[in-house]
Design a protein around this ligand. Structure first.
Ligand code: ADP
Ligand code: ZN
Ligand code: ZN
Length: 699
């Protein structure tokens, strides 16, 4: 006598069957059990999703393949985990099997039962929490924790950088661990390798036994080890990046999403999930408290936590406020330099250069931000107009002086800089615009003669994707800054996030204006968050903070964004931005999804999207039951993506927008079905792939 099980296995991305396959099993296995099953010629890992009451009529039992074995030394994945996976697959329009299997550590797929048993034996089950006492809480921190204890959340903790938010959630974790000897907490951060200090802080607080990490920088073996410890309930705290939202944690009671506004919470390939949004959903499944924290919350979370007012009821999140910075640390004074009044082609204005020099001579550190790496974004021939375009992308190749190369940052093509213009032979081709490499050189020219208080010459360093390519390079460069071996640090946004540089007293944004007029409506939000973060880097050491400064060089000094920055006034910025989004019907007021197609030609890519749109509209019009919600969704015609061609692939997109998330989901569901039909029509042979991005972060 055998029973029938529906099992999730790794299936192709868009397969609509939901990724479940039916297998026979002689043994009764519970839902959530990990098993090995045959798939084609291979043996693969699967998760039992449902146990059927009876054998199906349509498939003869003999035709059904049999489960090869269960990983029965692992307890089944619990229902909350399965619901989380099921929801993610549905919401982000991927197959269940794909989401379920990619949520598990890769090594689980490869190990034999015997190897797994050995790994499990090595796990020390006695993981003790050894909490070291934290500081005495401030009245603000105490009040916030009391509000958390009374409410149900989700909570948005809004407090400036250095206001003690981390301390609040560490205390929340501490109380939870003390109250319940099994309870588990999940702490998510945007990028662990950028904030090793937090990892140390959490371990120092709770003992390294109780804490495991989960992020892509770990080896497969380390990831498995962490996963097993969390799954068994031995690890009491999981500290990880977005992938950790899928960690199996049977006793999950608290989820923290630190720097919740950070775009890296959105996965950009495969299932394009938002770990922040899934954290909120998961909290509900487990009955766990969810705490989102930021000094510059996403407008989504800010909107969801709005208090009730004359216009309507409040949002579904509860907002918690921590306005004061810790100790005597003050926020830096913001100074705007009006670049209209500077000589043409000024890179660094004279007052900024003088301010940097004065700081260096006093033994303080400065940080300069420029969001462009390389020496110059393009090379140009003034005679014939040639520019260093990439032959494979709709982008320019960037000039890197260090190895005299022209590199495309999109497809990776790298060539030596030509001696003369490839079109007309003019030997005088010149860089246009500036990147971090040139800024570093320029600074050397302007300030190279300056001496530090110890009589040694100024030291200038650069940190960006180019200087940190080697493993461990970022860590060692950051360590040099911390050790005070660097006086002026130049870099991209990489250096603005999270680092606790104690002696930095001046931060400057060299050329932030482009984000003000970007075609991406989220660009100002990103810029504001970046500048506030960067400002938060300055003056963290109370002994220096009184005179710390944030400089902004801009051609638009009276822009509301910079006005709000000057006042350190996120709520003012958010109110202004939300008013604009409301007027334009943009998120968070509306909900969006993007359908993307890649093809050899732009026409082919757009043709698929427009054909899908036509078929979808026909289907919805024919179905009277859909009339209500279908009308609430606007489907725009296909357009080229802003970066239209990458590595000879043409990219097009189609936007769907609706005030109702539910209506948008229903339309997407229909669209999915339609795409499967349309995709296989002969006229769309040229299409390479398509994908759906729900709640896209970039338009
Ligand atoms: P945030 O997460 O808001 O940036 P942190 O929690 O990291 O703030 O706190 C900023 C600094 O103040 C840290 O060095 C932290 O150790 C310290 N700190 C936080 N809370 C307290 C407190 N109640 N008493 C003393 N120091 C504190
Ligand atoms: Zn030329
Ligand atoms: Zn390219």
């Amino acid at each position: 006598m055998s029973i029938c099980l529906d099992i999730a296995v790794q299936t192709p991305a868009h397969s609509q069957v939901g990724g479940l396959l039916s297998y026979r099993s002689a043994q009764a296995l519970p839902a959530g059990q990990l098993v090995r099953v045959p798939l084609g010629q291979r043996e693969v890992l699967g998760v039992v999703w449902a146990v059927r009451d009876a054998m199906p009529h349509d498939i003869p039992a003999s035709a059904m393949r049999e489960v090869l074995g269960a990983l029965d030394n692992l307890s089944p994945l619990d229902e909350a985990w399965r619901q989380l996976v099921q929801f993610s697959a549905q919401y982000y329009q991927r197959s269940l099997g794909e989401v379920a299997l990619s949520a598990l550590p890769p090594q689980l797929r490869d190990l034999s039962s015997l190897q797994l048993a050995r790994r499990l034996k090595k796990q020390n089950s006695q993981r003790s929490v050894q909490t070291s006492p934290g500081p005495v809480l401030t009245p603000e921190q105490t009040a916030v924790l009391a509000q958390m204890a009374q409410g149900t959340g989700p909570f948005l903790l809004f407090g400036s950088t250095g206001s003690g938010k981390t301390e609040v959630y560490l205390q929340a974790v501490e109380r939870m661990l003390a109250d319940d000897p099994q309870a588990q907490a999940l702490i998510m951060v945007p990028e662990i390798n950028l904030t090793p200090q937090l990892e140390q802080r959490v371990q120092a607080r709770f003992g390294s036994d109780a804490v495991v990490s989960m992020h892509s920088g770990m080896t497969a073996a380390q990831r498995l080890k962490s996963w097993l410890a969390a799954h068994a309930g031995h690890a009491r705290i999981v500290l990880g990046t977005r992938m950790a939202v899928f960690a199996s944690m049977p006793h999950l009671q608290l989820i923290v999403v630190d720097e919740e506004h950070d775009p890296s919470y959105k996965q950009q390939e495969g299932a394009r999930y938002s770990a922040r949004d899934l954290a909120v959903y998961r909290g509900r499944l487990h009955g766990a408290t969810v705490l989102l924290a930021s000094a510059t919350p996403s407008l989504e979370s800010w909107h969801h936590s709005r208090p009730p007012d004359a216009d309507g009821p409040g949002g579904r999140y509860q907002r918690l406020l921590m306005p004061s910075r810790m100790g005597t640390g003050q926020l830096p004074k913001v100074r705007r330099v009006d670049m209209n009044k500077q000589p043409r082609r000024t890179v660094l204005s004279a007052p900024l250069v003088a301010a940097i020099q004065a700081r260096v001579e006093r033994g303080e550190q400065c940080m300069l931000l420029l969001n462009r790496r390389g020496y110059a974004p393009v090379l140009h021939c003034a005679d014939c107009g040639w520019k260093s375009a990439c032959p494979h992308c709709s982008a320019f190749r960037v000039f890197h002086k260090i190895d005299r190369s022209l590199r495309c940052h999109h497809c990776g093509l790298s060539e030596r800089v030509p001696r003369a213009c490839p079109d007309c032979g003019n030997a005088d081709i010149a860089p246009v615009g500036r990147g971090t490499e040139q800024l570093e050189e320029h600074l050397g020219g302007l300030l190279g003669h300056v001496l530090r208080p110890d009589g040694r010459p100024v030291r200038i360093a650069r940190i960006d994707a180019d200087t940190t390519r080697a493993k461990g390079a970022l860590e060692s460069q950051l360590a040099q800054v911390h050790a005070g071996e660097v006086d002026i640090l130049v870099g991209t946004q990489m250096i603005a996030k999270g680092h606790d540089f104690r002696r930095i007293t001046l931060v400057a944004a060299v050329n932030p204006d482009t984000a003000l007029f970007s075609s991406d409506f989220r660009a100002p939000e990103r810029l504001f968050a970046l500048l506030m973060q960067a400002a938060g880097r300055a003056g963290r050491d109370a002994s220096h903070s009184a005179s710390s400064e944030m400089w902004v060089q801009t051609f638009h000094p009276t822009h509301p964004l910079f006005e709000a920055l000057k006042q350190h006034d996120y709520p003012a910025f958010a109110a202004n931005e939300l008013a604009e989004r409301t007027a334009a019907d943009l998120p968070p007021i509306s909900h969006q999804a993007l359908l993307r197609a890649d093809a050899r030609t732009q026409e082919a890519a757009q043709a698929l999207l427009n054909a899908a749109r036509a078929a979808l509209e026909a289907q919805l019009a024919a179905d009277t039951a859909s009339a209500d919600w279908a009308l609430q969704v606007r489907i725009y015609p296909a357009v080229p993506m802003s970066l239209q061609r990458v590595a000879d692939v043409e990219r097009a997109q189609m936007l769907l927008e609706s005030p109702s998330r539910m209506a948008l989901q229903k339309v997407l569901w229909h669209l999915h079905g339609v795409l499967h039909q349309v995709r296989h029509q002969p006229e769309h042979k040229g299409v390479i792939r398509w994908l759906v991005d729900v709640d896209p972060q970039a338009i």
